[in-house]
Design a protein around this ligand. Structure first.
Ligand code: ARG
Length: 560
């Protein structure tokens, strides 16, 4: 698609006042492909060329000279419709359509995702930051960026002082080896009901000052939480490159404050040290509370300084729920005011709420749906479906895991991330419809066709034999993959990939089903030359589905 498109851009640049980038931008894909493969809407040129769009289209059609890649240009009303030369296009489209690119060119993307708070369970809603963040990491990897996935663990702050105070009052002697996180969380909840604020502050201060007892307990709580997090992360297949919790920035927070002080932005307000953002209609950004303790934001400042120093990131992406939107605006405003050159490179990639059975889930709402339990249940339910439909499947357990987890990830990534997600078991797990299992199944079907064909799958197919309109459509969808990955990266929006994969799977099914009505049109057609060409097409679909699923953090079993 790239080079065919380039020919059209060259033509537009030659014949109109448009710059290459403008020309590339203006080209459209006609909704009805019987008109052409690409189109130039000429009303967008009317002003520049001082003529009627219909006339412009006709003039341009007359001026057009066919190239090796673009066969014709036809005026239809205000549109100039181009037809691409098929064989060279097919060749390009099927030559490693899922190949990674070098867009990144040595640039680094920092992604902060997951980042849960210790001494609490991973709840179902944590899946959002995990799935979006991890998928974005793979999307940038695909484009040849260096990526750094960071787990900015919430392991510091007065909360942890409260927990220490609670432990000292009611916890000593509790056995944490089993279900430790639940027990810690119970203590924390109890403290919020019965405990005294001062005790919490006091214990946090001891922790900050390196008091041995406080430190040892805190470390124990942290280990217990991490062990549980790791289990769930590995069930999901989500990984990180770096785990640096807020505690890592406890000492560096003082440094961060000094850097802000050096710019003269800080003020004392009601005993607290803040950066005022009144003129931006935002509340003050806290550097230090009145009791002297640093806060979440201070540690985020220290973290972003550290990240830039280490990675000189091109983008630093925070995948965090919408509830923290104002907070990130404040944080970014402070960076801006400090005059840091990378202030424009930080972004909050936010997302909507997930409702489980109609209810919002979360630890603050008292309706905690544990992520681990949902994953386990998804796998169990898929296992049951496999047992029922395909009991002889070779790697039943592996497939149940891949599909169960994949179903959850896909349901989380299929709609635009800012939208709220409504979790309904039946919708998420069905093999028909817009689901992960459906995509995985389509992939397995392609793989099975290729398996059956065995040695017939060669590189030397005569692609000019792919003359069906359905084949042409499918090839055009395949050719769009890399462009979709670029958009997904630009907008930090994995749903661009999910939606694309659904379109690809549907376009494939439409093609594949032709064979049910007419045996001549089967992929494994009697004619060996036709078969080879069709297998090349199916191979492309398999590769792009596999790669696309990978970009969503999903597995693509060969057999289902
Ligand atoms: N621990 C925080 C929470 O659970 C999320 C941290 C997000 N990352 C960051 N750099 N602030 O709400």
């Amino acid at each position: 698609m790239e080079s065919s498109r380039q020919d059209i851009v060259d033509f537009i640049v030659k014949e109109t006042p448009l710059e290459p980038a403008e020309a590339a931008d203006i080209i459209e894909t006609p909704p009805d492909s019987s008109r052409g493969d690409l189109a130039l809407p000429c009303f967008k040129l009317a002003k520049a060329l001082r003529n009627k769009p219909v006339v412009i289209a006709e003039d341009l059609a007359a001026a057009f000279q066919p190239t090796e890649l673009v066969e014709s240009a036809l005026a239809t009303g205000p549109y100039l419709n181009f037809r691409l030369a098929r064989t060279p296009f097919l060749k390009a489209a099927l030559e490693d359509p899922a190949a990674p690119t070098h867009d990144g060119d040595g640039r680094t993307i920092v992604l902060d995702y997951g980042s849960p708070n210790i001494s609490k369970h991973l709840a179902y809603h944590h899946l959002r930051t995990l799935s979006i963040g991890f998928s974005l990491k793979r999307i940038f990897d695909q484009l040849g960026y260096r990526t750094v996935g960071i787990n900015h663990l919430g392991d510091w702050g007065t909360t942890h002082g409260k927990l220490l105070a609670a432990w000292k009052m009611w916890g000593e002697g509790i056995d944490l080896t089993e279900d430790g996180v639940t027990k810690l969380n119970e203590l924390y909840v109890r403290f919020n009901q019965e405990g005294a604020k001062e005790d919490g502050q006091d214990w946090f201060r001891r922790l900050e000052q390196g008091d041995a007892e406080a430190r040892a307990l805190w470390e124990q709580f942290r280990e217990i939480s991490l062990a549980e997090f790791d289990e769930v992360f590995s069930m999901l297949g989500v990984t990180f490159d770096v785990m640096k919790g807020e505690s890592h920035y406890a000492d560096l927070a003082e440094d961060a404050i000094r850097r802000v002080e050096a710019t003269g932005l800080d003020e004392i307000s009601e005993g607290a040290q803040v950066v005022m953002l009144t003129d931006l209609d935002m509340p003050p950004f806290f550097l230090r509370k009145a009791d002297g303790a640093t806060v979440y934001g201070t540690r985020d400042l220290a973290a972003v300084f550290d990240r830039y120093e280490l990675y000189e990131f091109d983008r630093c992406i925070y995948v965090v729920d919408m509830g923290q939107s104002l907070y990130f605006k404040q944080l970014f405003a402070v960076l801006e005011r400090m005059g840091l050159p990378y202030a424009g490179r930080v972004e909050h990639v936010s997302f909507g709420i997930v409702r489980f059975g109609g209810k919002k889930t979360g630890s603050r709402t008292g309706n905690v749906v544990l992520l681990r339990e949902v994953v386990t249940e998804a796998i169990e339910r898929i296992r049951a479906i496999i047992e029922d439909k395909n009991p002889d499947l070779a790697d039943k357990e592996g497939v149940a895991r891949a599909v169960g987890v994949g179903a959850l990830l896909f349901s989380d990534l299929s709609a635009k991330r800012v939208k709220d997600v409504e979790f309904v078991w039946e919708d998420v797990l069905t093999f028909e419809g817009h689901t992960g299992p459906y995509l995985q199944y389509t992939h397995a079907r392609c793989a099975s066709i290729l398996r059956k064909a065995g040695e017939d799958v060669g590189d030397d197919a005569d692609l000019s034999l792919l003359t069906l309109p359905e084949e042409w459509e499918l090839a055009k969808v395949l050719a769009r993959f890399t462009d979709r990955v670029r958009i997904a990266a630009r907008d930090a929006e994995p749903s661009v990939i999910s939606q694309y994969l659904l379109l690809l799977a549907e376009t494939f099914s439409r093609y594949y089903n032709l064979g049910n009505e007419n045996p001549e049109l089967k992929v494994l057609a009697p004619d060996p030359a036709a078969r080879a060409a069709r297998l090349a097409l199916v191979g492309g679909v398999r590769d792009v589905l596999a790669r696309g699923l990978f970009l969503l953090g999903m597995k693509a079993p060969e057999e289902m």
